[in-house]
Design a protein around this ligand. Structure first.
Ligand SMILES: [Zn+2]
Length: 319
């Protein structure tokens, strides 16, 4: 009980100290963020995550399977889900979180390949709250975020895990994946993330003048907004020399768009006085063939207080 009390005091002191920070609005913060902090505005060859692959994996063993070294070659800084969960758990403790009083919210694509990570998060924290999201986009918006804040356990805090995903097939194709119960190795079912790829293809066609922009239709509203998110990046995606290269960049592009949207939601949704700090871990999920470990590339990890004010880069230790 004494320990819990001191932890609560530590979190409270962090939240209080934050009031003296010179706070920058998030959109501006993202636009001016130095590359070294971990935001993936990087050249194609130089990208790395901010989390070392040597992170401890001793604590959690939710995931089993063979390593898939090609994923680590292609996506530098990728870690296994076990490593990611251990790191997340330990960092939250370091920042004064009480794990049993932590509500975990996710914004991950609806593809069934992404559920094991959510299940592992639910077993670690309180039952998972979903903010997403075709292609991992936080389409629950401000209303969903505000609702999530009201569900934080008494005296607790929240953590959001978000990001796009990308598949790698057994034969090394990026943007494709083998699915355990489907024997055919070719076809639309192999696309991963299908929503992101279709949206990217569409914005490329619009850029080349080969298609009209997709009209807003309630029956496919989420896909419309995924396309909207990718439209500013159409030229960047179109500049890639080959399909594998484009598919490697696509999740990073989508991550930038999702990050911008999520931080706007946090700022808007935090103005209603609901208690609880919000830790935000963003990155890319990598889906590998059946029998192999999936991976996560952590790219951004930040702490915000109940009012949405930026407190800390959580890749670093509390100062
Ligand atoms: Zn998807």
């Amino acid at each position: 009980m004494k320990l819990l009390h001191s932890v609560a005091l530590f979190v409270n002191s962090l939240l209080t100290v934050s009031l003296s920070f010179a706070w920058i609005p998030p959109a501006r913060q993202i636009a001016t963020r130095p590359k070294s902090v971990g935001f993936p505005r990087r050249s194609f060859d130089g990208r790395k995550s901010s989390l070392s692959s040597t992170a401890s994996s001793d604590t959690f063993q939710f995931q089993t399977g063979e390593p898939f070294p090609y994923a680590l070659e292609v996506f530098q800084g990728a870690v296994t889900y076990n490593e990611m969960l251990s790191y997340l758990n330990n960092k939250l403790l370091e920042y004064g979180y009480s794990i049993p009083q932590t509500l975990c919210a996710t914004s991950l694509c609806g593809d069934e390949m992404n559920r094991p990570l959510e299940q592992a998060l639910s077993q670690t924290f309180c039952e998972n709250y979903s903010l997403g999201g075709l292609a991992g986009c936080p389409f629950g918006g401000v209303t969903s975020f505000k609702k999530m804040k009201t569900h934080i356990p008494d005296g607790g805090n929240s953590v959001i895990v978000y990001g796009p995903h990308v598949g790698i097939s057994q034969d090394g194709r990026i943007g494709h994946v083998d699915r355990a119960q489907i024997s055919a190795t070719e076809g639309e079912h192999t696309l991963c993330c299908r929503s992101a790829i279709l949206a990217a293809n569409h914005v490329s066609q619009v850029l080349r003048g080969e298609a009209e922009a997709m009209p807003m239709d309630l029956m496919d509203a989420s896909q419309y907004f995924v396309g909207n998110m990718l439209r500013p990046y159409a030229e960047r995606l179109e500049a890639h020399q080959d399909e594998n290269s484009k598919m490697m960049d696509l999740p990073y592009v989508l991550f930038e768009g999702q990050t911008d949207l999520l931080y706007r939601i946090i700022q808007e949704g935090s103005q209603f006085g609901f208690p609880g700090a919000v830790a935000v871990l963003g990155g890319i999920q990598i889906n590998t063939p059946p029998g192999y470990l999936d991976y996560y590339v952590p790219l951004r990890f930040e702490l915000y207080n109940a009012e949405g004010q930026y407190l800390a880069n959580m890749f670093e230790s509390p100062s």
